[in-house]
Design a protein around this ligand. Sequence first.
Ligand SMILES: NC(=O)c1ccc[n+]([C@@H]2O[C@H](COP(=O)([O-])OP(=O)(O)OC[C@H]3O[C@@H](n4cnc5c(N)ncnc54)[C@H](OP(=O)(O)O)[C@@H]3O)[C@@H](O)[C@H]2O)c1
Length: 388
Amino acid sequence: MKNIAVLGSTGSIGKNTLEVVRNLNRNGYPVSVKYISANSNVELLAAQIEEFKPKAAVIFNEASFNDLKSRSLDHKCEILCGQAGINEIASRDDFELVVNALVGFSGLIPTTEAIKHGKDIALANKESLVVAGELIYSMLRGSEAHLLPVDSEHSAILQCLQGEPMKQVTKLILTASGGPFRKFTKEEMPNVTVEQALKHPNWVMGSKITIDSATLMNKGFEIIEAKWLFNIEAENIEVLIHPQSIIHSMVEFSDGSVKAQLGVPDMKVPIQYAFTYPERVRSDFPRMDFKQLKNLTFEEPDLEKFECLKLAYDVIKAGGSYPIVLNGANEAAVELFLKGKIRFIDIPALIKSALDKHENHVSPSLESIVGIDSWSRKFVYEAALELA
Ligand SMILES: NC(=O)c1ccc[n+]([C@@H]2O[C@H](COP(=O)([O-])OP(=O)(O)OC[C@H]3O[C@@H](n4cnc5c(N)ncnc54)[C@H](OP(=O)(O)O)[C@@H]3O)[C@@H](O)[C@H]2O)c1
């Protein structure tokens, strides 16, 4: 029996994770959900409590906490609130694996808490590695915890690397769909709407990562994520636009051979692999039908049109605390864009201003990471007022 906690169980990855749990239980691989968490979606969290019968549920928003507590559910479990609730469950010894499906910076402290308590982490929350890769890997060295990627690209790379020593790897190739604006001209970009940006061609995801995919910032984050997960220099990680999202990523080896992992775009596959790694378990998920495939195409990303990816490359070169600013400024700018307060093209402009103002810190502590994140958001909120 695998005992797990699902943080962010009401989100896109969280719901897919619970679908994986149903699949594994149907296919002879028992999984018990001991803990779940949400920010404010009381309705769905209550339904998940009834179905999965966890020991405790954590809800971040205080009003939602009171709402959930006031409900008379058939399954009685502890209802905890906020970061204190996450810290409390992380310290319990009745589960082995945490699925971190929280969005943005909110996922960082849960990642560090899980490592402190020696829990394995199926990590969807790539932002944890973007802002604190160095710190997380130094914590992992003194812990029994392991990180397992959930991102489809990183899961693809992990699958391609099975049986292959890292010293034979010459290049990781991260594929990207190119998002909804792949075919737009640079001149069309100032007028794109929130509705257009939220229409991802191949994946259904939470709104923040959908906008990150439209700006290609998501791919920049994934380079940083891959650098830490696979201990490889960023200059050996290439980004390739592959609009069909069938090849989830590739690895090139010293003899010139390339391995790719393919499949229908469905997050349940990488989530399940993180659960069962290095084994595989049967699934009832949709299968590839190669006869239906018309073509697989590849192109280089346009860094002039997708300035966020260019900024990510610059930040990777600069290192230190710049990735924290990249992430914090991006989160604030995406939030403002989703609220209709700034234009799509203001997102990279605001992030660039924050990066230009920042003074680098080498090997920041958790406390300074939190401080730099707050500074970056505040900077963007203030700078955005001047745009209005
Ligand atoms: N979606 C995908 O297909 C996909 C693919 C690869 C990687 N990822 C990564 O997976 C992570 C989750 O993405 P997602 O698309 O699943 O996001 P999402 O749909 O927005 O879900 C986020 C989850 O976190 C909770 N949450 C939001 N803000 C919170 C806060 N401040 N404190 C505590 N909990 C909070 C939400 O609760 P409520 O429901 O109550 O708001 C929800 O359960 C991201 O890091 C993303 O980059 C996602």
